[in-house]
Design a protein around this ligand. Structure first.
Ligand SMILES: Nc1ncnc2c1ncn2[C@@H]1O[C@H](COP(=O)(O)OP(=O)(O)O)[C@@H](O)[C@H]1O
Ligand SMILES: O=P(O)(O)OC[C@H](O)CO
Length: 497
């Protein structure tokens, strides 16, 4: 009898495999980091084999440490860093290039050229997205143009494209070429209203449609793992992009509910129900999940640098050894210094969408030291969230059933920092709720898989089981908050000027 579900959470900096029991509690976990490649300014790549090998290794380790066999697992769910593009040979499985990661800006000039030709409005109308190098389409085109002979091979049907879910599914199952609607919705090639690949967009980005995977519901049949991988085949029944996984794992099933995930980047997602809402503030309209053929839409605010700013403190300027030291340092910072970091390391995402600007520090004095820099890095994440929520509230106001208190459900690696969560509540002037289960991204995909095989209950009952670990209440004075937010807006304005 199966006792667990298993989630593979393939993130930007690490891969986790997590076993969840029948009460959806974490029963076992294995995690492995892998190398980031930065071949040029604004370029970010992953080795496809790293994504694959860390996935298999963490699953095996989680199973072994818990003494779990393949027969104990009801189903697998996959959740993944989104937009990251892979292209491989259908016959040999050999990738033609490293994976081009969502943060990568190498196609900025190509995207501005299309913008200049006036294509953005039509693209947004179909995809809900903006013309930005963040999404997969221009990355695929780049690979086909830059890798010798690739375009001709793609046109002959010899190459396959996939986001990370598709690549892992291909290798796990031995050649199934599929994705789910949430991942398809991040490519810039998928019409989120008609729910199909769009041939005009494929032509615009130079992507032969025959490279694209079949798009399925987020819960359903995604094949089974090849027997030799984990001892016997295991069904794969759930797939969702990681931010959509977190939306599900946070039980944001009701229109108006918002979650914000703090991993490498930060992504706030608001469930808008059956209605795709067009943003007036450059947020994305996207698919939250598709179940039984029915699409639930979302508004999303995407920030490229959140935990990555903490990584910069650790690996870039070396003022901390562990991410967890950043909060203690920030706490000891001089309250009279107003130092602002605008972490535009790879440009700015929502609501500015400028791929060309780079980061800057403002307000440095002779007394500025590591503590003030640590505080500026953590606060930058809070300020950016404040910008996103302001935009989201403006878009949602016309649709909201009634004015209610905004509560933010948070998750991701960075929410371990109590200092950052308190500062977030202070700067938002709104409560911030941290759940008991922090692995909400993984839980979302495990839930989809478990629900599909009848191991977990329907969404309403799942929502009742969501448990708060800690609520951070705002305690900063309005005057102080307004002064700090004004300083941030001023810093961003100067950078973009
Ligand atoms: N205690 C902490 N304080 C601040 N940041 C943290 C802390 N723990 C982890 N992080 C940051 O969280 C990020 C990892 O979160 P995770 O959700 O695993 O990201 P991803 O899925 O993008 O790989 C890292 O960027 C790390 O710097
Ligand atoms: O790896 P994360 O958790 O930062 O998420 C990456 C996003 O999916 C990119 O859109």
């Amino acid at each position: 009898m199966a006792r667990y579900t298993l989630a593979i959470d393939q993130g930007t900096t690490s891969t986790r495999a997590i076993l969840f029991d029948d009460h959806m509690h974490v029963a076992g976990i294995a995690q492995q980091e892998f190398a980031q490649h930065y071949p040029a300014s604004g370029w970010v790549e992953h080795e496809p084999d790293d994504l694959w090998e860390t996935s298999v290794a963490t699953v095996r380790r989680a199973m072994k440490e818990k003494g779990v066999g393949p027969g104990d697992i009801a189903a697998i769910g996959i959740t993944n860093q989104r937009e990251t593009a892979l292209v491989w040979d259908r016959r040999t499985g050999e990738p033609i290039h490293r994976a081009i990661v969502w943060q990568d800006r190498r196609t900025a000039a190509f995207c501005s050229k299309l913008k200049g030709e006036g294509h953005e409005a039509a693209i947004t109308a179909k995809t809900g997205l903006l013309l930005d190098p963040y999404f997969s389409a221009s990355k695929i085109g780049w690979m086909l143009d830059q890798v010798k002979g690739a375009r001709a091979r793609a046109e002959r049907g010899e190459l396959a494209f996939g986001t990370v879910d598709t690549y892992l599914l291909w290798r796990l199952t031995g050649g199934l070429h599929v994705t789910d609607a949430t991942n398809a919705a991040r490519t810039l090639l998928y019409d989120i209203h008609a729910n199909r690949w769009d041939e005009d967009l494929c032509a615009l980005f130079g992507v032969p449609p025959r490279m694209l995977p079949e798009v399925r519901d987020s819960a359903g049949d995604f094949g089974e793992t090849q027997a030799e991988l984990f001892g016997a085949p295991i069904k794969i029944r759930g797939v969702a992009g990681d931010q959509q996984g977190a939306t599900i794992g946070q039980a944001c099933f009701t229109p108006g509910m918002v979650k914000s995930t703090y991993g490498t980047g930060c992504f706030a997602v608001l469930n808008t129900g059956e209605t795709p809402i067009a943003s007036k503030s450059k947020l994305l309209t996207t698919i939250a999940y598709r179940l039984n053929g029915k699409t639930t839409y979302a508004l999303e605010g995407s920030i490229f640098v959140a935990g990555a700013a903490v990584q910069w403190l650790r690996d870039g300027i070396g003022i901390i050894e562990e991410a967890s030291q950043s909060g203690t340092m920030a706490e000891g910072a001089d309250p009279t210094q107003d130092v602002y970091l605008v972490p535009a390391f790879v440009g700015l995402g929502a609501p500015h969408w400028n791929p060309d600007v780079r980061g800057a520090l403002f307000g440095l004095t002779r007394n500025t030291g590591p503590r003030e820099l640590a505080r500026a890095a953590l606060e930058s994440v809070c300020y950016q969230t404040a910008d996103l929520l302001e935009a989201m509230q403006a878009d949602w106001a016309a649709h909201a059933p009634k004015d209610g208190e905004t509560v933010l459900r948070v998750d991701g690696g960075m929410v371990a920092s109590d200092w950052t969560m308190q500062r977030l509540a202070d700067l938002l002037a709104a409560p911030v709720d941290r759940p008991e289960v922090k692995e909400t991204t993984a839980l979302g995909s495990a839930y989809l898989a478990g629900m599909d095989v009848g191991f977990y209950p329907p969404p309403e009952q799942f929502a009742d089981r969501w448990r708060l670990e800690r609520r951070f209440e705002p305690s900063m004075s309005a005057g102080e908050r307004e002064r700090k937010l004004a300083g941030w807006k001023d810093a961003v304005r100067k950078l973009l000027a």
